[in-house]
Design a protein around this ligand. Structure first.
Ligand SMILES: [Zn+2]
Length: 68
């Protein structure tokens, strides 16, 4: 019998900001810290919304456009 950790599941459903690299094309999952790419070339360069490793929801917030 499996016990699902609801708390953990809920946490993963909440979008978290990836630890983005300087280029902004890659980041690290805030949950499992695995390297993830922001875009998925196999899917028309769509922005990845979930970590493919642990399922953590990701929120790639756009950088503020008021830098200058
Ligand atoms: Zn992850």
């Amino acid at each position: 019998m499996e016990i699902i950790d609801v708390k953990e599941a809920v946490e993963r459903m909440k979008p978290k900001r990836p630890l983005a690299s300087a280029s902004g094309k890659y980041g690290a999952c805030p949950c499992c810290e695995c390297l993830i790419s922001k875009y998925e070339p196999a899917h028309g360069n769509l922005i990845i919304k979930h970590c493919k490793w642990c399922g953590q929801a990701l929120d790639w917030e756009k950088e503020k456009t008021d830098n200058g």
